[in-house]
Design a binder for this molecule. Sequence first.
Ligand code: SAJ
Length: 421
Amino acid sequence: MPFKTISVIGLGYIGLPTAAMFASRKINVIGVDINQHAVDTINRGEIHIVEPELDAIVSRAVASGHLKAVTTPEPADAFLIAVPTPFKEEYQPDLTYIESACHAIAPVLKKGDLIILESTSPVGTTEQMAQWLSAARPDLSFPQTHGEDADINLAHCPERVLPGHVVRELVANDRVIGGMTPKCSARCVDLYRIFVEGECIITNARTAEMAKLTENSSRDVSIAFANELSLICDKLDIDVWELISLANRHPRVNILQPGPGVGGHCIAVDPWFIVSKTPEEARLIRTAREVNDSKPEWVIGKIKTTITDFLLANPQRNAADIKLACFGLAFKPDIDDLRESPAMAITSALTKELPVQVLVVEPNIESLPAALVNRVELIETDTALNIADIIVLLVDHKEFKLLDKALLQNKLLVDTKGIWR
Ligand code: SAJ
């Protein structure tokens, strides 16, 4: 059965680009979000998030009538759920958004519909969704009780796109498709084939859930290894970046890069979904999280030592008139996303813990986030280079990599990304 109308629940960093992709292939798409501002913005043909190339695709899709946004679900042939899955206390997964999405779509479901969970989720969530949905719609049958004959098909197909490259990766990346039955998987493949050019590989729902968590945990563990090396090398007076580049010349070694910590809403969160299900077994995965989460504190310690060094070398100065410039606030290079950013956490801690004046350079934003307003000054790179006594490099944005190193000569530096060595 062809998909005439597709509904995407959650119009954020994944849902909106996915909705726009289907609409660009001339499928009618109903995007659903509880955020009225997001809905109004999209219906004007604009976007409420920053992602290269997305604005033009959304604008065309809305203008052609293939994409509309609403706050309450309407009937469709397929529902894709792309809502957040954060964690709550004790790093336990918070599935409230998925549960709410199930309750929201339940009244409009009809026989033959396909439901796909795209949100990164702990193992067992797709089966849990099936339970919530069947409790809400006892008149319909679901795969956990009716297998291939179920009225509703359900699958997990995790998103795997890299922020900043979403439009290209949505089309090009392979998709892991975990249906609750082979028929659920086959229908899910038919749906993604509408715009996905990568391979669609079929497995079951639990394996698909675990595959996504494994990808991000693997990256987290690799970064933790690099971050641990940076602490070891600091103690042993070795340049960690030189060390890594040398070790990486081995044909079977590929170490990632240390930094001020791991940020974003994926790599720092998803490993906990494995730990929460299997706390006894997931020892390395938990330790990697702890290593990466403790890196900002270590950086703050380095900054404090640098201030002490500065005062020793300049006894006529006092701490209150030291100007310390933080270069970068985003959670990774060349984006404007400040959420869950170690650079933000470090900058904020500096304003609380130190008497110095904190300045910020962040080429990707125009105004300070609320958490830093009245606590730091947002200034241009040139100004910072003129007036700062100490410069702390927190994000390796391209503008900072291209800086003339001669301009840094008379400054004390804390370079957490090793770009000014
Ligand atoms: N980082 C390092 N050192 C490195 C690489 C990254 O410290 O060598 C830091 C970054 O600075 C950043 C954090 O890790 O703070 C995460 O950045 P990232 O670029 O590794 O990943 P995300 O969070 O932007 O996107 C990841 C991707 N997953 C993988 O590469 C396995 C993406 O493909 C996923 O779709 C996304 O998570 C997601 O939504 O789960």
